[in-house]
Write a protein that binds this ligand. Structure first.
Ligand code: C2E
Ligand code: CA
Ligand code: CA
Ligand code: CA
Length: 279
């Protein structure tokens, strides 16, 4: 049949086997990367446009590979997830982000929250809470300066455990946000089940905001919803003034995106925070 013919073709698709070979090579090298301290974090500022303050920084991992150059997370996080490497990678990210945030505080900068992305596998670890507690303790960072970002899709596996874990983390004082909100398949009922402080409006709703009235309706509905649930809202992927203006009109005060800043190295964050607060 045509169907099996297509599968047959796909199986021998040379591009696909190249991808498998590439992934395998990546996996092997990624093992080394953790040991060799080749992972780095960049931090993207989150701004409250009403107060004009940077209140948060999202930690975004990169891999400085000696052979491959700077590799973005979309390239290696999926592989890390498939191979289980996401656990050591994720723990490294959590610890490094907390340590760095503590350093900024010790330098006398106005305190900000550091936001760390969590993977499904991390959330399913029975000892995640202990791991977070241990890191905060070790680093001496108060829980209110840490935020954990989870996507809808990672909540769909083992919902009960995920909900329990997130509630315990929330009770510890750690902030929880729902990343890429509106793009997953979860029901709105999740908003009742999980203890979110913040909804992060996915960049796909922001991208064409000035051309698409549909996107305005969606964001406006999210704003209404958030008020009912007493949650904060941040818009991601804000790239220009028009988007900022429209979001402002929709009462969305918190934003993140290239318009304010690309993700920054730790040294750049320092300068950014210093200059931003003088404006
Ligand atoms: P995300 O959590 O949705 O992060 C936002 C992504 O959008 C980042 O890409 C960021 O650089 C990019 N971005 C920020 N502002 C703009 C903008 O104005 N316009 C556009 N077009 N893009 C913008 P990045 O750093 O490549 O990260 C991609 C994804 O990789 C993240 O998406 C997240 O899902 C994942 N990721 C990154 N770091 C980690 C990590 O430490 N752990 C886990 N599990 N996943 C991570
Ligand atoms: Ca995120
Ligand atoms: Ca996102
Ligand atoms: Ca995303």
């Amino acid at each position: 049949t045509k169907e099996s013919g297509r599968n047959h073709y796909q199986f021998y698709n040379p591009e696909m086997s190249l991808e498998i070979a590439e992934n395998f090579a990546l996996e092997t090298q990624l093992h080394q990367a953790i040991k060799n301290e080749e992972l780095i974090l960049h931090y993207q500022p989150q701004i409250n446009i009403k107060t004009g303050q940077v209140y948060g920084l999202e930690a975004l991992v990169r891999w400085k590979s000696p052979n491959l150059g700077l590799v973005g997370p979309n390239k290696f996080i999926p592989i890390a997830e498939k191979t289980g490497l996401i656990l050591p990678v994720g723990e490294w990210v959590l610890k490094t982000a907390c340590q760095q945030n503590k350093k900024w505080q010790q330098m006398g900068l106005p305190p900000v929250r550091v936001a760390v992305n969590l993977s499904a596998q991390q959330l399913q670890q029975p000892d995640l809470i202990k791991t977070v507690e241990k890191i905060l303790d070790l680093v001496g960072l108060e829980p209110q300066w840490l935020e954990l970002e989870v996507t809808e899709s990672i909540l769909m596996k083992n919902t009960t455990l995920a909900s329990q874990t997130l509630h315990e983390l929330r009770n510890m004082g750690v902030y929880i946000s729902m990343d890429d909100f509106g793009t997953g398949y979860s029901s709105l009922g999740y908003l009742k089940k999980f203890p979110f402080d913040t909804l992060k409006i996915d960049q796909s709703f922001v991208r064409e905001l000035n051309q698409n009235p549909e996107d305005i309706s969606i964001i406006s509905a999210i704003m209404t919803l958030s008020r009912g649930f007493n949650m904060r809202v941040i818009a991601e992927g804000v790239e220009n003034q028009e988007q900022l203006n429209l979001l402002q009109q929709l009462d969305c005060e918190e934003m993140q995106g290239y318009f304010f800043s690309h993700p920054l190295t730790q040294e750049e964050v320092l300068n950014y925070l210093l200059s931003f607060n003088q404006q």
